[in-house]
Design a protein around this ligand. Structure first.
Ligand code: FES
Length: 170
């Protein structure tokens, strides 16, 4: 068993050795969209390891490649669905903002200002900045997100052990 800490939470999460970091975040009821279903193809489980980077499993080529595509990556970035806890002392922080996995996620927010950055589910880019008005026009413009996610999910069904990275059209 290993203790893992999440920023802004006092108590650690106790997980089995080799558990994925996603289990830790879910235990703390953090929002996890997991748009690719945990295949290492998206940004929605991106996290920063603020302590104990060497207490996680070694990064695979796929994870390394996926992280290179993220807009807000840092040297301590990991994908929670790919990183396994192998030692004590890991501390995890999530990027600021809210991931969507379809433009429809924003329908109910039309006419309001974004209370936090709205993030692209595949590359983590900011789609709507915090404080900006969410308009119907802007939500319509984000239809490409739906196409990107559909293509990425199709790819996730056929993914094998080869490192691949699907790229959203910009
Ligand atoms: S859930 Fe998509 S990379 Fe982890």
């Amino acid at each position: 068993m290993k203790n893992v800490y999440v920023e802004h939470h006092v108590d650690p999460v106790v997980v089995l050795t080799n558990s994925r970091v996603t289990e830790v975040l879910l235990a703390k009821q953090e929002r996890l969209v997991m748009a690719c279903g945990g295949k290492g193809l998206c940004a929605t489980c991106h996290c920063y390891i603020t302590q104990g980077q060497d207490k996680l499993s070694v990064m695979t080529p796929r994870e390394r490649q996926a992280l290179q595509m993220l807009a807000d990556r840092r040297p301590n970035s990991r994908l929670a669905c790919q990183a396994k806890v192998v030692g004590e002392g890991v501390k995890v922080e999530l990027p600021q903002g809210r991931f969507i996995d379809s433009s429809g996620d924003l329908e109910q927010l039309i006419g309001r200002r974004a209370t936090e950055n709205i993030l692209h589910p595949i590359d983590g880019a900011i789609l709507i900045e915090a404080g900006k008005l969410i308009t119907r026009t802007r939500v319509r413009e984000l239809n490409q997100v739906d196409v990107d996610v559909a293509e990425m999910r199709t790819m996730s069904l056929t993914i094998d052990s080869q490192p691949k990275r699907w790229m959203p059209r910009m």
